[in-house]
Structures are given as structure tokens and as C-alpha cells.
Design a protein around this ligand. Structure first.
Ligand SMILES: Cc1cc2nc3c(=O)[nH]c(=O)nc-3n(C[C@H](O)[C@H](O)[C@H](O)COP(=O)(O)O)c2cc1C
Length: 166
């Protein structure tokens, strides 16, 4: 089964640490994502600190998986000089998805916690992590070893949503 078809959101984790080697491979995959004009408008903060993860888990109703995770990855928009701002959300979304797929590949579980473009969440993240006022947090990913061995995926393929033009 392909990685894309095996990936699913994992929100509960075992109490085991993710090694630095695994984290580096997550970061390599994040930076291997496609981006408009290859502008790579990103920066990442790896968060292992339990107190910080606890606080980040409170930025929204759905952010709680961070409280249980041994690792959080904050993705941030970091536009290079002359880069195209309009494409940044797509670039960062591709990068976030790469983290999720690499996590699946490594037998880890992960879930995307939405931040951008919701101002209140972005502000909370900036305050908790101690970022500059102009920084642009994009997403958080909670990562860890899945609590449940049952990684059953429900398939959503619906041919009716596909139009073919010949
Ligand atoms: C932009 C975005 C924001 C999301 N935010 C959250 C979130 O805050 N909390 C959460 O538990 N899941 C979040 N998710 C995960 C979705 O709930 C999940 O992908 C969806 O329910 C489909 O389930 P699956 O990932 O297991 O296929 C988010 C996903 C995306 C793409």
C-alpha cells in the first residue's frame, strides 16, 4: 500500500521519545517539498519541551494532541527576498504534508494542527514560542509513536468526483 493511502491522523501517542535521527529525516522531507519557483519559503522549530507542548495544545479546541505528543514541529512561512508571498501557503502545505508522509514511512504517527491563516492562533503560537511579531507560524504537527497498533484507514476514493476530459 502506498504511503499516501496508509497515512492517517494519529492523535494519541506512546510515552516514547522520537530520536534525533528520525527528526532529521522528518526535516529533510519537509524541505524536499515542491515550492513555487523553488523558493522554499520555510523555517521549522522542533519542540521537545513538554511545557511548551502543553501550552501549544491549548491554542485551539483541536490542538490537544500536542499535549500528549513527545514532539511538535512548528512550520513557519519565511519568505526569501523577492519571493512570491501568494504561493507561500501552498508551499508550506506541501511541506507539512511531507512531514506527515515521512512520519508514516518511519512508523510514527502524526497529525496536522491548523494555525495559519487564523490570526488568533498565530498570535498565541508567537507568544508561547517567543517569536517576533512579524513571524508567520503556518502549522503545527504533533508527532510520536502511535498508541494504537490499529492503523486502519478508511478509504475516501469517489470516482464521481473525478472528471476525465479526453
Ligand atoms: C489544514 C488542516 C488543519 C487541521 N487541523 C487539525 C486540528 O487542529 N486538530 C486535529 O486534530 N486535526 C486537524 N487536522 C487533521 C484533520 O482533521 C484530518 O486530516 C481529517 O479529519 C482527515 O483524517 P485523516 O488525516 O486521518 O485522513 C487538520 C488537517 C488540515 C489539512
Amino acid at each position: 500500500m502506498s504511503l499516501c493511502l496508509r497515512r492517517k491522523s494519529v492523535r494519541k501517542f506512546l510515552d516514547s521519545k522520537v530520536s534525533d535521527d528520525m527528526i532529521e529525516r522528518l526535516m529533510m522531507s519537509a524541505m524536499q517539498a515542491p515550492s513555487a519557483r523553488n523558493q522554499q519559503p520555510w523555517r521549522f522549530i522542533v519542540i521537545k519541551n513538554p511545557e511548551l507542548l502543553e501550552k501549544l495544545g491549548g491554542i485551539s479546541k483541536g490542538a490537544w494532541p500536542l499535549k500528549e505528543a513527545p514532539l511538535g514541529i512548528l512550520t513557519m512561512i519565511d519568505l526569501p527576498e523577492g519571493g512570491r508571498e501568494a504561493m507561500c501557503p501552498q508551499d508550506l502545505a506541501a511541506s507539512t504534508q511531507n512531514i506527515l508522509l515521512e512520519a508514516t514511512h518511519q512508523g510514527l504517527g502524526a497529525v496536522w494542527i491548523g494555525v495559519y491563516p487564523l490570526e488568533d492562533r498565530m498570535e498565541k503560537v508567537k507568544e508561547i514560542v517567543g517569536l517576533d511579531k512579524d513571524d508567520q507560524p503556518f502549522s503545527l504537527v504533533a508527532v510520536g509513536f502511535p498508541e494504537s497498533k490499529n492503523q486502519h484507514v478508511t478509504y475516501r476514493y469517489d470516482p464521481a468526483r473525478v472528471q476525465v476530459i479526453e
